[in-house]
Ligand binder design. Structure first.
Ligand code: ARG
Length: 263
């Protein structure tokens, strides 16, 4: 299996301002486009994406993303929740900047991790958090189990997060977003071999790379037509040619997630 890129990002994050300043100083056009966060996207806000949540430690240091799907329920990746407890995690909504202090901070009263989860490349990378009290933000809808057609090859998917701007780089202080095409299961299997489990995963990205989620984006949404259809899970490096991002195929887990949301 590919042992890359599965660990949660370290909780303490460096913000990418030094790199941005260096780029601005250099000024002159370079032969290779500088990687950008989420690797290849644009900045955005939680006003534009109000369901986009930061998952943080007790000191509000972000380590993963999550999607608000009901006022008290957040969908994220199982691998984000490994080793966490209801007292170690916070969910922060309405905060565009990692160094902000605004928005709403909620404690977590329950963490459901898919009982089959053992590691990202084995699938089942989904978790649902129950918040101690409601978030005052608009929720996202998510796919139902019959919506499997959303993953048509070439469909445009939107990714969001505060993750690193290059593999092993620094996080983005501001929320970023990009769009990536859904990749066929057969091309993803040619990239990742048996680590790609088509029933549980879907790949998105360009064959040539350049746009991708990266460390710290995990747990965040893959939206197709404004509906939550995937969860940022894993990949080899970030934005590398031939190695797309791998997302939890949410249609497979939709009924389980609904059961948690109604529990
Ligand atoms: N595992 C990473 C995280 O925990 C996400 C990696 C996504 N990688 C990729 N190449 N798309 O934040």
């Amino acid at each position: 299996m590919f042992g890359f890129n599965r660990a949660k990002k370290a909780a303490a994050v460096g913000v990418a301002t030094a790199a941005a300043a260096a780029t601005a100083l250099l000024g002159a056009p370079s032969a290779v486009a500088a990687p950008q966060p989420i690797v290849g996207g644009t900045t955005t806000t939680t006003t534009a994406y109000p369901f986009m949540m930061q998952l943080t430690d007790a000191w509000q240091n972000q380590f993963c993303g999550g999607t608000l799907v009901s006022p008290t329920k957040v969908v994220t990746a199982a691998h984000c929740m490994v080793g966490e407890t209801t007292s170690s995690v916070r969910v922060v909504g309405g905060r565009t900047y990692l160094n902000g202090t605004n928005g709403a901070v909620r404690q977590v009263s329950k963490i459901w991790i898919h009982p089959g989860y053992t590691g990202t490349t084995n699938g089942d990378d989904v978790a649902v958090l129950t918040l101690s009290s409601s978030m005052p933000y608009t929720t996202a809808s998510y796919v139902s189990s019959s919506d499997t057609g959303v993953y048509a090859t070439g469909a445009t998917a939107r990714i969001l997060g505060w993750g690193t701007t290059s593999s092993g780089g620094s996080s983005s202080n501001q929320l970023r977003t990009a769009t990536v095409p859904i990749m066929s299961d057969s091309s993803c299997a040619s990239s990742y071999g048996s680590d790609f489990i088509a029933s549980d995963m879907v790949c998105a990205g360009y064959t040539s790379g350049g746009v991708d989620t990266c460390q710290g984006d995990s747990g965040g949404p893959l939206l197709i037509g404004d509906v939550l259809a995937g969860i940022t899970s894993w990949g080899k490096g970030c934005a590398a040619p031939g190695y797309p991002g791998v997302y939890t195929r949410l249609t497979t887990f939709s009924s389980l997630v609904t059961a948690q949301i109604n529990s």
